[in-house]
Write a protein that binds this ligand. Sequence first.
Ligand code: EPU
Length: 432
Amino acid sequence: MSDSIVRIAGGARLDGSVQVSGGKNDALPCMAAALLTRERVTLRNVPTIADVRYLAQILQALGADVHYEPDAHEISIQAGAELTDAPPDDLVHRLRGSFLVAGPLLARVGRVVCAAPGGDEIGRRPVDVHLRGFENFGARARHENGHFEIEADQLRGARVVLDYPSVLGTENLILAAVLAEGRTVIVNAAMEPEIFCLGAMLNDMGASVAGAGSNTITIDGVEALGGCEHSLIPDRIEAGTLATAAVITGGDVELRGVQPRQMDAILAKLTEIGATVDESIEAGVERVRVRAASTLRAADVQAVPYPGLATDLQALVTTLLTQAEGDSTVHERVFENRLGYVEELKRMGASIEATGSTAIVHGPTPLRGAVVHGLDIRSAASLVIAALAAEGVTELRDAEHLARGYECLDEKLRSLGADVAPLTPPIGAPGG
Ligand code: EPU
């Protein structure tokens, strides 16, 4: 990774209205779904982020024809030709979502050879849920020379009971099952909104997916799928990040183009901490306005699967709680190693005791600018919001993590009045 830097001068109160981009974690499975048909698939509201570009490169390397227009937030994919079965290792290592090509390749080609996927280092991230599911469908999976080799002559639908409601695991199994012979039932499925969205897209392509977004999904395999045009849902994690940034700066920010019901947990937690949240619809666009209170209250937090508070917002809420009156306890229940950023926050003046997956935050403590390091997408974002509330200038190193998951976060914050220098290289620029 290159050492991108972003400098942030703290103290400005965020004020204004900002458009939320399309969802990163919705874009990736929907792009992978395009491999399931020879016809063209067009996705709209696609965020301009590095992870989309990496997956686009993987689809291209597999044999798909890909047109990505970042400025138009559109990507068009046609996997009309024969596909290869081996996504390139260097790209697979760049993002966890790369493993989503496994399900479609098994369905289309009957075989996939894929390196262990990369992505954020936030704990053990096995793929056993994916592999066991594929095996339930009749595939054979082995791990050799650092690669998963998975093969199936014909996938057969099955009842699959997940050990854990893995998000990408559920998505991969849906992607494999839509073209399998017969009925699949996925029990203990992940319920994230992105899974509902994937199910809707696949149904538009001619699949039969029922219950996506609930904990039991039923899929009746079909012979073939057709193309579609599909619009991605807003990025609820980006929206939660901007909302938390508003509160930590004592600000007043309107988020445009959100789906408030997908943000219930974060909006409820921000309200408990002291923010005022108002929802409205204007000109058909849903909006959430978040206003900070003059004093913030401590709160206990559990980061859990949807519809609970997202693990992807845990670092952001913990950072906010450094400015709340009293002691807060934060439990990270999804990943075992997602509190690494606490050491960075402590360098900025936070008083936090982290043991295992629990953090006790003593607040409020004034934050001061420092040189800190982003460890992953969300920890980098949490250091950005800490910097907004800090006195003086913060230099965030390894800031390229931001470009993987946030579209122009620096620009959006500047538009709300923050003193954030452009990320070098700029967020969302090709090649980052
Ligand atoms: N797990 C297993 N076995 C598996 C898969 C997962 O034990 O086969 C465990 C993991 O070790 C972890 C837990 O299940 O403890 C949750 O992992 P999950 O599989 O649900 O996460 P993921 O699908 O790899 C997606 C998002 C993450 C987000 C998590 C949880 C994408 C591309 N990634 O990852 O997003 O944190 O779900 O909501 O959708 C991010 O956007 O910054 C990010 C890390």
